[in-house]
Design a protein around this ligand. Structure first.
Ligand SMILES: NC(=O)c1ccc[n+]([C@@H]2O[C@H](COP(=O)([O-])OP(=O)(O)OC[C@H]3O[C@@H](n4cnc5c(N)ncnc54)[C@H](O)[C@@H]3O)[C@@H](O)[C@H]2O)c1
Length: 357
């Protein structure tokens, strides 16, 4: 077991039995409400059998469309039902959706009670559960209501990945690849030689990935500067995710970010920020995360309202985070609409050439 201390919540990477019971006991909680979605309730809660009270569980339907205030209301009602007080704890067992939702619900209940995360998707283990951001979607906009609140702890055990669908594995890899591109040549070297399958040494990758996210989030907890580099791929990615959110075939967060990273790498190349050699390496790796897809990329006009509503906007201008080489990223870059439009067209040509696996 390895512990990574952080002001945004300590992360433990290790088997559950190696310390989760002690971590829970140290909270001295008056009661613990477990929050899961219907998938993690089936696949993940049984692994926590001895350590949680299976009668104090609230199950939210899975999926991004439930990361809402209605989802919070279910959690708040369950907290009231179990008589939760300010010494109670919300234990989130799920992917990024549950961690964001449960964290936000806890941060509001009785002006804020403690919460802890047991991330069960690769994306949550690698990114969403760390860094102290919580929130829900609102009026179609991603994460429009939220709070920066540090969980009491985050317990990362790759055992949960055994039941995670391969598409979700690729989604999680997208955030790990993002961390490598913006900050870590070592992580880049590691993921470049990984096949992302059942033989992957997830513990090794997560141990290399965790300090990247924690260092950036800890250095700038309120996202005034360097933390914005974590938004690489997310300006266009969130706009695509919002655009498709209420269609019959929504994009997952990871798919949206993968497409967003492709588009934003292209923009970085076109602006002369990123050299062609690094650009080619970056797109070759990112394309390994794409599934053959029927996705038709929207035009700039179609995603413009979502870009305009982007939380990363300041002073009326959307600030992009763009890589300037592998392992380094700059932020608050103003980008001409023409380049955004051109990058979307280019991404579509890339998606259409992804081979069947
Ligand atoms: N707070 C942050 O800093 C941050 C960062 C990145 C992403 N996010 C958020 O995270 C969310 C995306 O996270 P996600 O990709 O984990 O989505 P998710 O939580 O919706 O999980 C994806 C799917 O995998 C299922 N699942 C999870 N663990 C499983 C397991 N072990 N076995 C079987 N199925 C399992 C879920 O039920 C769901 O259907 C988005 O809401 C995004 O905004 C937050």
């Amino acid at each position: 077991m390895k512990i990574f201390p952080s002001s945004t919540g300590d992360v433990c990477v290790g088997r559950l039995h190696e310390g989760l019971p002690a971590a829970l006991a140290q909270l001295h909680a008056s009661s613990v409400l477990v929050v899961a979605d219907d998938n993690t309730a089936v696949h993940c809660l049984p692994l926590l059998g001895p350590w949680i009270d299976q009668t104090k569980v609230v199950i939210i339907p899975h999926g991004e469309t439930h990361k809402t205030l209605e989802g919070c209301q279910r959690i708040w009602s369950a907290l009231v039902d179990i008589g939760a007080d300010r010494a109670s704890v919300v234990l989130n067992v799920g992917g990024g959706m549950i961690c964001d939702l449960g964290g936000f619900a806890a941060a509001c209940y009785q002006r804020g009670i403690r919460f802890a995360h047991i991330p069960t998707s690769l994306l949550a283990m690698a990114d969403a559960a760390m860094g102290g951001k919580t929130g829900v979607n609102y009026e179609g906009f991603k994460n429009y209501l939220g709070r920066f609140e540090a969980p009491a702890f985050i317990w990362v055990d790759p055992v949960f990945l055994q039941t995670l669908p391969q598409r979700e594995i690729l989604d999680g890899m997208a955030e790990i690849v993002k961390h490598a591109i913006i900050r870590s040549q070592t992580l880049w070297d590691l993921v470049s030689i990984t096949d992302f399958n059942e033989n992957t040494d997830w513990t090794g990758i997560l141990e290399e990935n965790t300090p990247v996210k924690l260092d950036i989030a800890g250095a700038d907890p309120l996202e005034k500067g360097i933390r914005k580099t974590l938004n690489f791929g997310h300006t266009i990615g969130h706009a695509l995710e919002s655009h498709y959110l209420h269609t019959p075939d929504p994009l997952s967060h990871g798919q949206a970010i993968t497409l967003g990273m492709l588009a934003e790498s292209r923009i970085a190349l076109l602006m002369g920020l990123l050299g062609n050699e690094d650009f080619q390496c970056i797109i070759a790796l990112i394309k390994r995360l794409l599934s053959p897809s029927e996705v038709t990329l929207p035009s700039l006009g179609e995603i413009k309202p979502w870009l305009q509503g982007d939380k990363k906007k300041s002073g009326g201008r959307v600030g992009f985070s763009l890589p300037d080489r592998i392992g380094s990223c700059t932020w608050d870059v103003g980008v001409d609409d023409r380049l955004v439009a051109e990058s979307l067209i280019w991404v579509e040509t890339q998606v259409s050439t992804v081979p069947q696996r």
